[in-house]
Design a protein around this ligand. Structure first.
Ligand code: FAD
Length: 302
């Protein structure tokens, strides 16, 4: 069996694999798609030491770094179930079963899409999901935030400090964010809130030029001219396959402590699939290192 088997090949998994392999223990990494969300990212400006890079380039660097070590990389393989026997058994969709003494779960998350015309087409061309990442691109411009829950309102407050004007578009008749956040939002001069509005289209030419929504009271379609649309209707952890195993939050996030330990001894987790407060590349890499060191600690004690 492996000593450490990492499930997920994004920044958290790559970091965990490197930290484990550097201990001279048998390390494997299984990934549906090596690189994870970073594969889908255009510009990255907050990866410290690198003022600017691009997703596919960072993924190539990550892979090159992992390949410096004796890590068994199993790409294009999807984990289906985790079982605890005398060692852990990871069952893959292709029928294979991998055995390991410890497991690091790093299956990441995915942004929930609104699924309207233009969303996919203008991804990275005005359609964005991460205000920490892409907010500064829209400095001095008009943007919308779709979603009026906590993440949407936090994004709007954050963006209001950078961009010219923010329109929050919420489907329901009222915002769902905490009152303190709403109070802060409504105190800002450059924010407009539109409720009871169903976003119907994001349009543009080579870049986003506007957003259309339907007023759910009147069924009238309206149009806002803008340069950017931040979709903030939820980040879903890729943990459905773990039903009945590790403890998860009501959002499906794997609950970990400060060593990456989950509710099952020997199973660790890191990155966006966990209840970490913030979801970023650098944070995922840090927690991947933590989980691998936690796993190593577990191995030398058991
Ligand atoms: P992920 O990157 O989600 O990787 C998960 C891995 O697990 C993948 O390899 C996936 O294929 C695999 N996987 C999932 N399920 C299974 C399964 N069942 N079996 C096997 N493998 C599985 N962050 C920044 O810091 N700066 C930015 O500029 C930035 N821009 C972003 C732009 C976009 C468009 C997006 C979507 C995200 C952006 N982020 C950015 C966020 C950042 O990409 C994530 O925080 C980070 O990738 C999380 O790393 P992770 O390893 O936890 O998960």
């Amino acid at each position: 069996p492996f000593d450490v088997l990492v499930v997920g090949g994004g920044p958290a998994g790559a970091s965990a694999a490197i930290y484990a392999a550097r201990k001279g223990i048998r390390t494997g990494i299984v990934a549906e798609r090596f690189g994870g969300q970073v594969q889908d990212t255009l510009g990255i400006e907050n990866f410290i030491t690198t003022p600017y890079t691009e997703g596919p380039k960072l993924v190539a660097n990550m892979e090159e770094h992992v390949r410096e070590y004796n890590v068994d990389i199993m790409n294009s393989m999807r984990a289906k179930a985790l079982h605890k026997k005398d060692v852990f058994e990871l069952e893959l969709e292709n029928g294979a079963v991998l055995k390991s003494k410890t497991i690091v779960l790093s299956t990441g998350a995915r942004w929930r899409n609104i699924n309207v015309p233009g969303e996919a087409e203008f991804k990275n061309k005005g359609v964005a999901y991460c205000p920490h990442c892409d907010g500064p691109i829209f400095a001095g411009k008009d943007v919308a935030v779709v979603g009026g829950g906590n993440s949407g309102v936090e994004a709007a407050i954050d963006l209001a400090g950078i961009v010219k004007h923010v329109t929050v578009v919420e489907f329901l008749p009222e915002l769902k964010a905490d009152k303190v956040l709403q109070d802060r939002l409504f105190s800002l001069p450059n924010v407009t809130v539109i409720t009871n509005a169903r976003t119907s289209e994001i349009y543009g030419s080579d870049k986003v030029q506007g957003l259309k929504y339907v007023d759910r009271d009147t069924e009238e379609e309206k149009d806002i001219a803008l340069s950017g649309v931040f979709i903030q209707i939820g980040l879903v952890p890729n943990t459905e396959w773990l039903d009945g195993t590790v403890e998860r939050s009501k959002f499906g996030e794997i609950i970990v402590d400060n060593r990456g330990t989950t509710s099952i001894p020997g199973v660790f987790a890191a990155g966006d699939c966990t209840n970490s407060a913030y979801k970023q590349i650098i944070i995922s890499m840090g927690s991947g290192a933590t989980a691998a060191l936690g796993a190593f600690d577990h191995l030398i004690r058991n």
